[in-house]
Design a protein around this ligand. Sequence first.
Ligand code: PAF
Length: 285
Amino acid sequence: MLVFRKKEALRQHLQEHRLQNTTIGFVPTMGALHQGHLSLIRKSLELTGYTVCSIFVNPAQFNNPEDLKKYPRMPEQDIALLEAAGCHAVFLPEADEIYPTPPLVQFSFGPLEKVMEGYYRPGHFSGVALIVSKLLHIVQPHMAFFGQKDLQQCRILEQLVKDLGFNTEIQIEPTVREADGLALSSRNLRLSREGRQTALHLYVALQQAAEAVQAGIVPDVAQKNALAYLQNIPNLEPEYFYITEGGTLQELRNVQKGDQIAICTAAYVEGVRLIDNLLISYQGN
Ligand code: PAF
């Protein structure tokens, strides 16, 4: 596996592959890789001819400086995992390679970022859109792979690619979970054993809400019940629990059989902010 630290060297290398009509797959990450990331690498290897992963902890998307400082960094282990997975190249830039001057551009996604993560982490999606735009310009992939665990990020990036006309297809892959249901996240590394057990209630609440909606409980009521359930779990501080339309992430209205519904939550456990979601197809009438 090739390791690139400079964008120009990576760009030139990928150009050679492009000239040979090789399709390029891209998996942008912030490192501390786990099986969720590796499932994206595997999908890219399956669907494209050349897979590039990037590892960059993007300061522009952290609205909480403490979260940025504590974000796990383990580049050697990440490189070994990528190598073993068969990834072809990794891009590991320093901050000034990506931000030679402080960026001034800001992105705004209207209603899509006024809810959930966008509401509780102001500026977060502007930072995500900025880094992903920069990386897409450098890599110019045919396909870019993202995990459904960051569902709102996926919807934001679909909109970004559409609005700016990037020639890249966004591929969303299902959340990878531990056997007991806990969604894999680099942030889980910061949880104690007890914290991890507490965090499991997020998945329980999501599943209960999904069952309630499918059984005909009004989404508004199901969402309130789920929030109350989470509020009663010791050492868990839920931030939000929403049942929304799956594509726009806006309030559900006149839900019809077959409609996609997103059930999303965020909560703090031991000071670590965790998110999770389920996407379901409504089976009612
Ligand atoms: O999902 C992430 O890890 C990050 O938000 C991304 C897409 C790599 C941008 O920094």
